[in-house]
Design a binder for this molecule. Sequence first.
Ligand code: SF4
Length: 405
Amino acid sequence: MTATMTKQALTEDEALALYTNPETCPADKLEPIPLAEEPAFIAWQRDIPKQYLDMKPEELDVRISHARAKLGERVIILGHHYQRDEVIKYADYTGDSFKLAQYAAAQEKAEFVLFCGVHFMAESADILTRPDVKVLLPNMAAGCSMADMADPDDVYEAWDIIAETLGEDVKVIPITYMNSAATLKAFVGEREGMVCTSSNAGKAFEYAFERGEKILFFPDQHLGRNTAWAAGIALDEIVLWNWLLPDGGLTPEQLKKARVICWQGHCSTHQRFSVEQIEKARKEHPGINIIVHPECRWEVVQAADQNGSTEKIAKAISGAPAGSAWAVGTEINLVNRLAKQNPDKTVFCLDPVICPCSTMYRIHPAYLAWVLEGLLQGEVVNEVVVEGDTRKWALVALERMLALP
Ligand code: SF4
């Protein structure tokens, strides 16, 4: 299997085997950045009984529907936009990580929240729901490669070096993207910082600059750079903290001049989009609208007509006139779904090598059936729990985000 193989060329079983294996997923293979150690939460994974993996889609459908009906209001299922259709069809609510966090915070009846997303989203849901609500992630291997690029120890070390270099008089506000471990959300909560998503990063930057002179933003360098640029900050005042190098690879002068310090992290799925793809789309489809996610590189966002969160992308396309054409720079499951929901428009993915978010792809209906049937038998598997000071301070950081105007 190579990185140039397209999803269309694969059967469902082949795609599942390819994308659920971190060794073979093209998205994971493109950028061989050494990741932090394997996230601790993978150790909590329970082995799914083989019988579920052997079940045909029709049988899984029947078993999931049956378990759902029996559990009734005791369970709600949240589905992120990047989930495949075979999973999203079971979701009670769909959305981006911000909208799903709001749903989790607002729900009152359910005992269980089944989060069809990735680990950091399930952690946020656990923090935002009542303590007696259990949040389950059907497959604990559904992490986020971007979130894994910000190892808490590396961030603590960077924070100390930055503070020592800049001195006490310079106030730095840390902001973490939603795509980060709960420990990092707690870290920013304790230091006047906050969490943001791609829907509200601009407002989070305003909040930070009302309180400090500089921002340390992690883990996505591209969202950090794109947001800083949109806030009017020049590129030479936006620096990159490379956690693989001593002192982040920055001189004291660079740090002193910087207004935004971006962490060297990225999303393998969004980093694939390029200016060449945009030029090609424009050449082949004169008048086409190009819309991309702000996790794309700065030059890609600059070349596009619009950029925004998955919610903004979905709204822009659904509200566009019939007959319009859209080339979209975000995850393929969402793009395909938008194409289906907007049959009067032309909607396609900018990237010809179609590669889904490999970690989201690890949620398969087999895991849903397993977890739901477990609940029917009184067995809770793959619960995500955030406790103690981590929960307390991460909640502070999340509530600051939810309180943004
Ligand atoms: S699309 Fe990228 S940032 Fe989003 S969950 Fe997948 S790996 Fe993480």
